[in-house]
Design a protein around this ligand. Structure first.
Ligand code: TYR
Length: 379
């Protein structure tokens, strides 16, 4: 039970579903000393958070259940350092919008959010100490290495803005200024994490542990943060929209690899169910007059999928149902929160305009506009 985990159980829960864990001994030592590891996850506040955000949320839920203290960095300054993905005038509203979304997502997966600490990047990234460290790091890190560190995260282009080179420098300093034992992020952050290990000691700061979750394929087999609107499901998409998008999802029978629905079940639906539910993912087969398929782990589910026992036709409605159940409290919270709704309009004014235009044109049946994770307007 959650409150009496042994050190081994704590570590096991920290490791669940990670693709990589660099310098785990740092965390092991903290736990052996009887302290609560302090871990942060940063998110640049750019495009609207979508269902892909459930993947880090579930990992955060596990970290909290394992007794970690989790800090969520709302990286507002990073939102515009990266090629102005968030325009400077909107970034503050976006950070507020993200805080509402992330809180609601975590509540939807049963996380007691009082245990979470939200920090706004700009609240400390403009202090004299931080800025002086920024200058110092700029003097000891080469342009080449700064570019390399951001290669998979920062938008690359010809004649790219200089701010893209600052992005990794700030992310590395954040580990020191947030006073954490570890940083958590997707494997796309790997080069930034490697830079942190190398650069912090240059200023006499200690290196941290790094936890990485795998990139989960989206509904069309690509990363869910791609700019293809149908490949991602907005947190506020109505149940019938969710069902429709999932119906359209690419899911070749018997091919488990790269299947976004199986991945979403493995990394979100199953862990959510095991944190505070039956621990099961249920696939109804009433129509065929058969007993439901009941999964407790991803391995059995993947095996059944490969053997076509779990067909795409069976999987899709099961995923839609479970996802709509997760989204319902988020959408209810949004409807009940006037402040959140007002911030949404201010944070994404362009989308709101587009949405209205589209609604007139096609009765709102299409994806209601939306920016990708990278903030690019939907085509
Ligand atoms: N690089 C992260 C992303 O891709 C955002 C981030 C920003 C993370 C600053 C940590 C940090 O300190 O979204």
């Amino acid at each position: 039970n959650k409150f009496t985990l042994t050190k081994e159980e704590q570590l096991a829960l920290i490791r669940v579903n990670l693709a990589e864990f660099l310098n785990p001994e740092i965390i092991e030592n903290v736990i052996n000393e009887g302290r609560h590891p302090r871990i942060y996850w940063g998110t640049a506040t750019t495009g609207r958070p979508h269902c892909g955000y459930f993947v880090p949320a579930l990992k955060i839920a596990q970290l909290l259940a394992a007794g970690c203290h989790v800090v969520i960095l709302l990286a507002d300054i990073h939102g515009f350092l990266d090629n102005l993905k968030a325009p400077i005038e909107l970034v503050n509203y976006r950070a507020q919008y993200y805080q509402f979304c992330v809180t609601a997502i975590l509540e939807a997966v049963g996380v007691p959010t009082e245990k979470l600490e939200f920090v706004l990047g700009s609240s400390y990234q403009k202090t004299p100490e931080y800025i002086m460290d920024l200058y110092k790091l700029c003097s000891v890190v080469s342009e080449h290495d700064a570019k390399k560190a951001g290669a998979e995260v920062v938008k690359q282009s010809d004649n790219a803005p200089l701010s893209g080179l600052l992005y990794p420098i700030l992310q590395v300093l954040d580990e020191e200024y947030l006073k954490v034992d570890a940083q958590f992020g997707g494997v796309d952050q790997r080069k930034l994490f490697a830079a942190a290990k190398e650069w912090l000691p240059k200023l006499g700061y200690k290196e941290r542990a790094h936890l990485m979750n795998p990139m989960v394929p989206g509904l069309h087999g690509a990363k869910m943060s791609s700019s293809d609107p149908d490949s991602k499901i907005d947190l506020l998409d109505a149940p019938e929209v969710v069902t429709k998008k999932i119906k359209k999802a690419e899911a070749a029978p018997k091919v488990a690899e790269g299947n976004g629905l199986l991945a979403f079940t493995e990394f979100v639906l199953l862990p959510a169910s095991s944190l505070h539910g039956s621990g099961e993912f249920i696939v109804e087969r009433e129509r065929d007059g058969l007993e439901p398929l009941v999964y407790k782990d991803a391995a059995q589910m993947q095996a059944d999928y490969q053997n076509d026992i779990l067909t795409p036709q069976l999987l899709k409605p099961a995923v839609s149902k479970a996802l709509n159940t997760l989204l319902a409290p988020i959408q209810a919270a949004y409807q009940a929160n006037k402040e959140w709704r007002a911030i949404a309009l201010k944070a994404y004014p362009e989308e709101d305009k587009k949405k209205k235009v589209k609604k007139v044109k096609d009765k709102g049946s299409r994806y209601p506009g939306g920016a990708a994770k990278d903030g690019a307007p939907a085509p």
